[in-house]
Design a binder for this molecule. Sequence first.
Ligand code: ARG
Length: 269
Amino acid sequence: MKRFLMCEPKFFEVSYVINPWMEGSIGKVNKALARQQWENLYNTLSKLATVSLIEPVAGLPDMVFTANAGLVQKRAIPKKQFIVSSFRYRERQPEEKYFEEYFSSQGYAVQHLQQGTVFEGAGDALFDTRGTLWVGSGFRSDPRALPEIMTALDIKASALELIDPHWYHLDTAFCPLPEGQLIAYPKAFSEKSVEALKQAFGKNIIWVSEPDARNFACNAVSVDQTIILPKASVEMKAALVQRDFEVIETEVSEFIKAGGACKCLTLEI
Ligand code: ARG
């Protein structure tokens, strides 16, 4: 059974701006609604997987986005590995020590990239189901993170270049699915990266439209054949159903005000 880490939105709000979605959203989160939406996601995911929780910390509103805690290598032997994030913006940097403490206490081998290498965890680094790690850069994680991760985890990885600040983390525009399939939004990537994706995934890519991307439809959590996402167009749902996926839509409007959705609120551990 898959296992995920989430963090209750006890202190969630928009109190600073570090991505375009947060502009104009300061103080605009409906906290009761955010709590409801988070619980709906938690309940949905709990039916399909085990969900563990990390204690939220006052003053760290974005800690709910556990995808950014770091990168987990579940396949590592004898211990699972965890590369702790090193956030670009000082507003999120204090989260690092809480995530590090959590993963050490759970018995993971915790690693750090080199001092000064910005890395925002599973927000920017995602394994496809063939075991290749895709690492995004352009807005948050440093391009230097990729070679350092390859060395730290002794794995292969491929670079993807993000070019539009709305899709500042790789997981806002890229979601690997079972059996080498992929959801992606082409305009988030440089031409070279779109080519790299076509080379690697070919016909297995579901390219989404701009309205779907803006609804964070790429920010999906997949457990076997079930895909949990905020909202998808009729076309996108049809493409997924045709590939034998079941789609569950769960609204996360309050979190989109901070620039994150379903996938960002979870971390597979
Ligand atoms: N406000 C957060 C930030 O800008 C949102 C993070 C969303 N997380 C993600 N994995 N895309 O860092």
